[in-house]
Design a protein around this ligand. Structure first.
Ligand code: F6P
Length: 319
């Protein structure tokens, strides 16, 4: 292969830039021209291409977001748009595509690979919801950002003896909530995967007050219940001071952690070698200590289980 394109798609995630840098520089070393696509899949349709050289990706390791910019392209779900995308790339002499993104973006990988165009995905989403992959680029940074925020909120919670509900992202999954909850010492963690019992939550808070706990910290995943709704429910049962903090987009931004920078660099390198080796319709990720490739159809359609034993620990360590 002489010309490979790289695109970032869907929600941005810290470490995407490190993956772009890896693809561009390793591609250069291997004598392959790397074409950056701007603005996600819609950039292919709109001919937003630019050749990238090693110096174009300087100073990127520590930068959040994506220099290529990104988008959620609804029309890309249509077959004729997918064929048009392939035509556009062929016209540019592009022989393969690397898609850096999460679940929705890797569904694009599946669609293009099925139509015979060589594509390899790089797993990148703060939600960490791709099957077969332990960690996606951006998750570690997002969780660390959430932990730092929750640690700060605890200062106020303790000082005022308040109950706080902190809403974290994750779309319809609870991976961020579980890790952030365990690592910040939350008393209660609510995730979409497990139906919560309001009586148990009320009992837990009441018991905590009797045990002279200084505060109550509830971490709730946005997909389980919105924090504002839960606040109203708790206040309808108990006469206590409840406050809400929705962490929102601060979880998506910022400088990537060591872990995200390293996996991004490794994933970028592996994605290139897989394309060169003639593979397509795969996603690069990490499982255990190994960089792996997963069939994209499995990655996007199979259900990634949460770590139940970690989740169950929340209750045990918050006595
Ligand atoms: O997929 C990443 C994510 O940040 C989710 O956690 C969140 O639900 C969603 O994106 C927000 O999407 P948007 O950027 O379109 O508002």
């Amino acid at each position: 292969m002489k010309r490979i394109a790289v695109v970032t798609s869907g929600g941005d995630a810290p470490g995407m830039n490190a993956a772009i840098r890896s693809v561009v520089r390793i591609g250069y070393t291997k004598g392959i021209e790397i074409i950056g696509v701007y603005s996600g899949f819609k950039g292919i349709i709109e001919d937003q291409f630019a050749s990238l050289l090693p110096r174009d990706v300087s100073g990127l390791l520590e930068k959040g977001g994506t220099i290529l910019q990104t988008s959620r392209t609804e029309e890309f779900k249509e077959e004729d748009v997918q064929y048009k995308t392939i035509e556009k790339m062929k016209k540019q002499g592009i022989e393969g595509l690397i898609i850096i993104g999460g679940n929705g973006s890797q569904s694009g990988n599946l669609a293009l690979a099925k139509k015979g165009f060589p594509v390899i995905g790089v797993a990148s989403t703060i939600d960490n919801d791709l099957w077969g992959i332990d960690y996606t680029i951006g998750f570690d940074t997002a969780v660390n950002t959430a932990i730092q925020a929750i640690d700060k909120i605890r200062d106020t919670a303790t000082s005022h003896a308040r109950t706080f509900i902190i809403e974290v992202m994750g779309r319809d999954r609870g991976f961020i909530a579980i890790d952030a909850g365990i690592a910040s010492g939350a008393d209660i963690v609510l995730i979409p995967e497990i139906k919560f019992d309001i009586d148990k939550i009320i009992y837990n808070i009441k018991e905590g007050i009797e045990k002279k706990k200084k505060h109550h910290m509830i971490v709730c995943a946005e997909g389980a219940i919105r924090a504002n709704e839960l606040e109203k429910i708790i206040e309808s049962y108990l006469d206590i001071d409840v406050r809400v903090s929705v962490l929102g987009y601060i979880q998506r931004g910022g400088s990537p952690t060591r872990f995200d920078r390293i996996i991004a660099t490794l994933f970028g390198e592996r994605a290139l070698s897989e394309l060169i080796a003639g593979n397509s319709g795969k996603v690069v990720g990490i499982r255990g200590n190994n960089i792996v490739i997963v069939d994209v159809a499995d990655a996007v359609s199979k259900y990634k289980k949460i770590n139940y034993s970690l989740y169950n620990l929340v209750e045990e360590v918050s006595v």
